[in-house]
Design a protein around this ligand. Structure first.
Ligand code: DOR
Ligand code: ZN
Length: 347
């Protein structure tokens, strides 16, 4: 077993920075590991236009520690009233990298999301024509669908018909959680990729419910049965270029998670790489980690690979029980655990 691993500097193809003091506190965790990150637009109010994305990007850039090279890649939040011309202009100007589909009501700050995919078909047609990727939160809503089935039902009702109708559209099926999702991605064209989070590779639904309710393990899409976690581990470590790193790091204050109606989201940014690399080690696939973390994402998005490297050492790393983020206590993923790998630094 190697004692250290050096790979091309990676990117995070899906995360939440929030805004204000919280944003300023969490950006450094990501910027010190990743060269770029796809930033989710589900602020309140949501980032729906190119102008809002440009302003948000400037606020993020100000929060990057001096001397650290990091570029936020912005997304626009799609609504029933999105303006295709504005999104296309933002993409052409390099302000927007992608647009994000939140089905209305699916997750945090998604109330203004899309109520019916038919409402955004002209926008999606334009995106397909100009090569602008669509990032998808792939869950249906509605009381009649069990929360553990919402991703699989989304594939049948929304995603498969969409991909059939617009085969040119680049689609990132985000934070996949099921074997059905991996099967769909495997069988789709190379215009369809997927991100996988560290938590969905590490935990199954028992982690949320056995021995008491554990709100810090709750995110959306919710973790599923063990067979699904194993399918995701196979997909991530398969060597397929369709799968890439996207943490879905989603900070919420401790009090908002430990509540009668706790928020969905796991703050994994502080030790995301250590978490992922331990999965690849357990699967005997350390040689495939660089592809997943640093190559497949930029190739899918049509962006250059990063220069520079990072090194992870095989050394114990104690994770804090909680972190102070802009005056709010946040419990990070792996809180209180000792991890087997430790990030040494950016080369
Ligand atoms: O767990 C989640 N948290 N899933 C999402 O889709 C959104 C995110 C958040 O913004 O908190
Ligand atoms: Zn997310």
């Amino acid at each position: 077993m190697p004692e250290s691993l050096t790979i091309r500097r990676p990117d995070d193809w899906h995360l939440h920075f929030r805004d204000g003091a919280m944003m300023r506190a969490v950006v450094p965790y990501t910027a010190c590991q990743f060269a770029r990150a796809i930033v989710m637009p589900n602020l309140s109010p949501p980032v729906t236009t190119t102008a809002m994305a440009a302003a948000y990007r400037a606020r993020i850039v100000e929060a990057v520690p001096p001397g650290v090279q990091f570029a936020p890649l912005m997304t626009a939040y799609l609504t029933d009233h999105s303006d295709a011309a504005d999104l296309a202009a933002g993409f052409a100007d390099g302000v927007l990298t992608a647009a994000k589909l939140y089905p209305a009501g699916a997750t945090t700050n998604s109330a203004q999301g899309v109520t019916d995919i038919a409402n955004i078909m002209p926008v999606l047609e334009r995106m397909a024509a100009i090569g602008m990727p669509l990032c998808v939160h792939g869950e249906v809503t509605g009381d009649e669908v069990d929360i553990f089935d919402r991703e699989a039902v989304f594939i049948d009702r929304i995603l498969a018909p969409l991909v059939a109708r617009l085969p040119e559209l680049k689609v990132v099926f985000e934070h996949i959680t099921t074997s059905q999702a991996a099967n769909f991605v495997d069988g789709a064209s190379d215009r369809v990729g997927a991100t996988i989070t560290p938590q969905h590779l590490q935990i199954n639904r028992n982690a949320i419910l056995v021995g008491g309710i554990r709100p810090h393990m709750f995110c959306l899409p919710v973790a599923k049965r063990e067979e699904h976690r194993l399918a995701l581990r196979r997909a991530a470590t398969s060597g397929s270029g369709k799968y890439f790193l996207g943490t879905d790091s989603a900070p919420h204050p401790r009090h908002a998670k430990e509540s009668a109606c706790g928020c969905a989201g796991i703050f994994n940014a502080p030790h995301a790489l250590e978490s992922y690399v331990s999965v690849f080690e357990e699967e005997g696939a350390l040689d495939r980690f660089e592809g997943f973390a640093s190559e497949n994402g930029p190739r899918f998005y049509g962006l250059p690979l990063n220069e520079g490297t990072i090194t992870l050492d095989k050394a114990p790393l104690a994770v804090a029980d909680e972190l102070d983020c802009g005056g709010e206590a946040i419990v990070p993923f792996h809180a209180g655990e000792t991890m087997r790998w430790r990030l040494r630094g950016v080369g």
